[in-house]
Design a protein around this ligand. Structure first.
Ligand code: KMT
Ligand code: NI
Length: 195
């Protein structure tokens, strides 16, 4: 019921699932221990949500994001004061190829990366404690928070299209620090938070 798995390191197209054989799924619990907040729209029931850090169980609806009381509540509770929308496909995004390449470079940020998928699909990859890649499948209605200091990357899947809301506490800072960024205080802080 959760779409996360360890990936192989083959050089094949980054947009492919890259599952191990046999598949090695990753649970919500394991993601939570990495500080990854993943609010997954249930595959089986539109009104059921798996939720990590809070006990909210309301229903987000990506079709009414402009006036969704549940989204408003999350923003209020979490202090998200900024939001914008990025459409990632060839026609909609200027410098498409270049940006996709940037997104797929392993990096970290000084702030949490918060994304709410409004349409389409995509993958976020995060490093676990042993430095292995975990791939998290995102689709319409899913919300994810990657903690500041975690190494991660982003890619479209084979459908080549996603539309995502980017949320931020305060003024957005998009700067990415490509790996290695181990000397940054935020990286040390993140590693400390793991135990
Ligand atoms: C990032 O910093 O990894 C991104 O912004 C990914 C693309 S936004 C869906
Ligand atoms: Ni990022």
């Amino acid at each position: 019921d959760i779409d996360a798995w360890y990936i192989n390191s083959s050089d094949e197209d980054q947009r492919k699932p890259h599952r191990l054989e046999p598949n090695k799924p990753v649970s919500l619990d394991e993601l939570e221990k990495l500080g990854v907040f993943y609010r997954k729209k249930s595959l089986s029931s539109a009104s059921t949500w798996y939720n990590l850090q809070t006990s909210q169980d309301g229903t987000l609806d990506a079709d009414i994001y402009e006036s969704d009381p549940e989204l408003e509540k999350i923003c209020k509770d979490q202090g998200y004061t900024y939001m914008d929308i990025i459409t990632i496909n060839k026609d909609a995004l200027p410098n498409y190829e270049e940006k996709l390449k940037m997104f797929f470079e392993e990096h970290l940020h000084m702030d949490d990366e918060i994304r709410y998928i409004l349409d389409g699909r995509a993958y976020f990859d995060v490093r676990d404690k042993e430095d292995r890649w975990i791939r998290i499948a995102m689709s319409k209605g899913d919300l994810i928070t990657l903690p500041s200091g975690i190494y991660h990357r982003f890619t479209l899947d084979e459908t080549n299209y996603t539309k995502a809301m980017r949320l931020f506490v305060g003024e957005p800072v998009w700067k990415a620090y490509n790996r290695p960024a181990d000397d940054l205080e935020i990286r040390k802080k993140y590693l400390d938070s793991l135990h």
